[in-house]
Design a protein around this ligand. Structure first.
Ligand code: C5P
Length: 301
């Protein structure tokens, strides 16, 4: 599990909330409560939000900054924000020896919201890691994962923030194949997509659980294997948000692109490249050509 960094002069702790990418996503069934059962290979990109905590005597409060934080209304920093819900959950399980305090949380939102790369889930997971350390709350891993699951289906995988296979609705995690070095480009067209809308537009068919190897030696081998799998939510997301098609086509035609696909329920799409450098070059070019797109390129986290 990644750990927070601390600035000793201010006692400020900082934690990164990395973007979560679904390399493939199969819908394998549906629970009686309507939630869909998934089989997905999740990785984390270097891109992410960052969360800072400065302990203080005032009641705990959240401020939003960053490219996307500034555009959200004041309500977005209220008690319904997943970061504040994570703090409340942690406070509820903290014992008498814990150093639970107030203070200031600052969330720099650099990831587009409602975009299929788990920004809110990664923020909640970062809050759990950060505040557990700051408040010295010793939570058993099982309890932490249960708290994460209650915050959202994607939160458990974001707690460890490491590549994993995700099943159930997100609560069953197992090791991912050993991944080769590879580069990734992320593109979001700027349109928020509603996850329930995308699930509703699905054709209703269920997929098999994928057969995965223990490792992939090269980015090319990984991309070739992933080509045999897909994201079942890509076609319905293209109906809900047609610019996803343009983004996918643009990514696929970039030099050295090994695979172009949508992540989660969209609208963010990713492309795999042989190296972080080739991904950064493509991202730089695309950002220049498409001013309204959010574009990132680099290595996996
Ligand atoms: O977990 P999250 O809050 O992102 O889910 C939003 C909605 O997406 C759920 O209320 C549900 O309608 C749908 N969903 C689903 N199956 C999942 C995850 C989400 O049906 N595994």
């Amino acid at each position: 599990m990644m750990s927070a960094t601390m600035d000793p002069s201010t006692q400020t702790l900082t934690e990164q909330a990395h973007a979560k990418i679904n390399l493939y996503l199969h819908v394998t069934g549906k629970r009686p409560d309507g939630y869909h059962l998934l089989d997905s290979l999740v990785v984390f990109a270097g891109a992410g939000d960052s969360l800072q905590y400065e302990p203080g005597p005032e009641p705990l409060h959240l401020e939003l900054t960053g490219r996307f934080g500034k555009t959200l209304g004041a309500d977005a920093a209220g008690p319904d924000n997943l970061v504040m819900k994570a703090a409340a959950a942690l406070r509820a399980v903290s014992g008498s020896s814990a150093h639970v305090q107030g203070g200031r949380l600052v969330l720099a939102k650099e990831l587009p919201v409602a975009s299929g790369i788990g920004g809110g889930s990664a923020d909640a997971a970062a809050a759990l890691r950060l505040l557990a350390r700051a408040w010295q709350v010793d939570v058993p891993v099982g309890t932490l994962m249960h708290m994460a699951e209650k915050l959202g289906a994607d939160v458990p995988v974001c707690v460890a923030s490491q590549a994993a296979r995700m099943e159930g609705i997100g609560e069953h995690l197992s090791p991912a194949p050993c991944l080769p070095e590879c580069g990734m480009v992320l593109v979001n067209c700027g349109q928020a997509v509603s996850t329930p809308d995308v699930f509703r537009k699905r054709d209703g068919a269920f997929r098999e659980r994928a057969a995965l190897p223990t490792h992939w030696k090269t980015a090319q081998a990984m991309a070739a294997a992933l080509t045999e799998l897909d994201n079942c939510l890509e076609a319905p997301a293209c109906q809900v948000c047609p610019p996803v098609k343009t983004v996918l086509a643009t990514l696929a035609e970039q030099p050295d692109c090994l695979l172009a696909r949508m992540s989660g329920s969209g609208a963010t799409c990713f492309a795999l490249f042989p190296s972080a450098e080739s991904a950064r070059n493509v991202a730089h070019k695309l950002a220049g050509e498409q001013a309204s797109w959010w574009v990132w390129g680099g290595a996996l986290a």
